[in-house]
Every structure is written in C-alpha cells, then in structure tokens.
Design a protein around this ligand. Structure first.
Ligand SMILES: *Cc1c(COP(=O)(O)O)cnc(C)c1O
Length: 401
C-alpha cells in the first residue's frame, strides 16, 4: 500500500492538519521521515516523549511485559499498576491513585470526584467548578467546558453546568466568583496550550488559601507540566503549594497512553466501588512502561540537568533574538518553554513552525503568538545546538532576513 500524506486526507476525519512529511522512525531526539530526512525534535510529541523516542529501557520493559500480560480489565488487578501506584504515592503528596488512559480522562475523574466529594460532605448545593481563561484540560465534553477556550467548547450543544472561569494570575477575579458553593478550582500550575504562562507565587498561594477558606478542592492539572518537565517531578513541588487532587498523563507513559489522578485518602474515599471506571485504566503494558519512566525521571540529577538544558535553550533563543528581534520574551520553566512573539510578528506563530519544519526542526506553537518547545528531558546538548541552528534559519526566513 502506498502510504502518503494524501491518504490522510482521503481516509481520516479532517479534525487534524498534520505536516506534509510522514515520520517513520525515531531515536532519542531525532526523527526520520519516509524519504530518510532527519529532523531534530523540539516538540516531543507535545510534551509526551520525556525520554525521547525508543528509549532502550522503555523498549525493553515494553517487550518484556508484552510477552507476559497485556490486559485484564479492572475485574482483576495487576503487578505493574500496583508498583506504579506505590511509586507515585511514595514520590508525591498523594495516598491514592486512579488510572486512566489520557489527560482528559484523568481530569474527568478529578472533576467527578470533586463533585461527589462535595455532595458527600456538604450536600447538593456545592457544585460550582472554577477554572481559568486560556486553560486547557482536554477534549471530553466536561473537560473542554472546564477549559477556558470557547473555541474548543462551543458548538456542541448544551454544556455541563455550574462551571465558571476566572482570569489566571488575577486573584481578585477568582475571589469575585468564589463562594461556599464552589466545590473545586482546577488550574494548570503552568499554563501550556494557553501560551506558556507561569503563575506568580502570590497567585498560587492565594488560590490555595481561597480553596481552604471555602472548603473547595484545589485540582492541579499537571498533564503537561508534570513528570520532570519543570525540573521537579511535579510542578507543585517547585511552587510550595500542594493540591488536593493532581492529574498527570502525557510524559507519564513516555509515549504509551496512560493518565492518572492522584489524591488523598480522605478525598479518594468518595469514589466508592462502582462510582467511576475505565476498561483500560491500569493496563499492565501502560503501567509497566510508566513505572520505568518514573524510575528514570524521578532522579535529582536528571531533574537538575533539565534546568541546565533550559538555560541552553534560553541563551540560544536570546542570541537569535538579538539578531532578528522577533520575540518579546522566553517564558516557561525547565523544558516547557515559550518564545512569545513581539508586536511585529503578532499572530504568526504558525509561520515559525512551518519554517522550522522546512529546516528539519520539529517544534510546536501555543496559541497564535507563542512558539513552544517541549523536547525530551534528556535531549543531548549537541541536538539542542543543532536544533537552535536550524531554528535560527527558520527565524531568519520568517523575518525576511
Ligand atoms: C494535553 C493536555 C490535556 C489533555 O490530555 P489528553 O491526553 O490529550 O486527553 C489536559 N490538560 C493539559 C494541561 C494538557 O496539556
């Protein structure tokens, strides 16, 4: 069969618009397409391939588990899921874990749990969920409604109710809509899709205090920011604020689909037998791989190196910017970085992405005004240097230099 990009348009639902080249192989931070062209990968499968492509230890554990046991359903438990849960509990604030298959599903579980916990402890009137504009929490109907972008949630009929949005980094806007009716506040501890926005310390601390004041649960969506990306195993650890529920996915499986919701004993108790579930959740293949991912990434040396590599990216982009004057700032933390376009290039992030692909560099955008990098956490320094060299050619092209 002749597999081409044209075949995509022929047989796939048109909700995506992938690049013209078709990748066929990856190793570390390099990817090769059907014609043998080599790309440097600064996209990391959208912050998923935290250990790059085909990390030998992940390949090995996947092969081993693949010859033992693939799937059981939750009618039975299994060793990989219990080992992974134990390691997540030992490494975080949490006492209990629920496994899902994606970020949206982990968030769906978190939101349902928050509603049920409020019902159990405070009665029917405490059902308001507050999240933030420009936030992103997934594409199921509940999570997309909680997400703060109407473009993603409108046009699908009536939405789940009692969901309100405040302005990120604006505590007063939260205060204005929060009350004892609020059952949960959901936020990203570093907004990803919304443009790589870090919270100010006063903001996260203030959100935590308001949640405590109103008996509302604080849910951190660490689907993008978690698993080492910010130089901490989870971003909350670098903020000094502990959530009540944390969701994690993307890099947790290093490319194998898995999501998880972490919480405390007291809150977890509200998901009694039968209240929620998933056929694949806790699948042995996914959990075996994720266990190895956590083993490798939950290591102070690796996490410190993420911050060292962040500096290589920042220095490189700043140097490019001194020549071409296209960015207003480089923001984000660790290896989740956004190059924000200045007024002259407003709305043109996609042009930089297309020009980068032409230079054999894979990168991302975060909205129309930010070029985003979310590479492997162990990307070799040489690949950072080579990728930045290609990025400079792309910037030069867009800048018309
Ligand atoms: C990607 C993302 C999600 C959704 O994850 P899926 O695996 O695509 O369902 C949710 N929240 C955040 C912060 C994300 O970046």
């Amino acid at each position: 069969m002749n597999v081409t990009r044209e075949l995509f348009s022929e047989v796939m639902v048109p909700n995506y618009n992938p690049a013209a080249m078709v990748p066929v192989r990856g190793e570390g931070s390099k990817v090769w397409d059907q014609d043998g062209n080599e790309y440097i990968d600064f996209a990391g499968g959208i912050a998923v391939n935290g250990l790059g492509h085909c990390h030998p230890e992940l390949v090995s554990v996947l092969k081993d588990q693949g010859e033992k046991l693939w799937h059981l359903s939750n009618v039975f438990t299994n060793e990989p899921s219990l080992r992974l849960a134990k390691k997540l509990v030992d490494a975080t604030f949490a006492d209990k874990v629920y496994f899902a298959n994606s970020g949206a599903e982990a968030n769906e579980a978190a939101l349902k749990l928050a509603r049920r916990y409020a019902l159990d402890h405070f009665g029917e009137n405490k059902d308001q969920i507050i999240s933030f504009k420009q936030g992103f929490h997934g594409r199921t109907f509940f999570t997309v409604t909680v997400g703060g972008q109407a473009a993603y949630s409108d046009g699908f009929g009536p939405k789940p109710g009692a969901v309100d949005h405040a302005v990120y980094n604006d505590l007063d806007s939260l205060k204005a809509i929060m009350s004892d009716k609020t059952c949960a506040v959901m936020m990203e501890p570093l907004q990803g899709e919304g443009g790589i926005i870090s919270p100010t310390p006063e903001f996260v601390e203030g959100v935590r205090a308001l949640c405590d004041q109103h008996n509302a649960l604080l849910i951190f969506d660490e689907v993008q920011a978690g698993v080492g990306r910010t130089g901490e195993l989870y971003a909350y650890m670098g903020l000094g604020v502990t959530p009540d529920i944390l969701t994690t996915a993307k890099a947790l499986g290093g490319g194998f689909p898995i999501g998880a919701m972490l919480t405390t004993d007291a809150i977890a108790a509200s998901l009694k037998p039968g209240t929620h579930g998933s056929t694949y959740g806790g699948n042995p293949l996914a959990c075996a791989v994720a266990e190895k991912v956590i083993d490798i990434i939950n290591d102070r040396k690796l996490l410190d190196d993420v911050l060292r590599k962040e500096q290589l990216f920042r220095d490189g982009v700043n140097k490019i910017n001194e020549k071409y004057h296209v960015f207003s700032e480089v923001r984000g933390k660790g290896l989740l970085l956004g190059c924000a376009l200045n007024e002259d290039y407003k709305g043109r992030a996609r042009d930089f992405l297309v020009a980068s692909t032409e230079q054999k560099l894979m990168c991302l955008v975060a909205g129309a005004n930010v070029v985003r990098f979310a590479p492997s956490l162990i990307i070799p320094d040489e690949d950072i240097a080579e990728g930045l060299r290609r990025f400079e050619l792309a910037v030069a092209k867009v800048a018309g230099a």
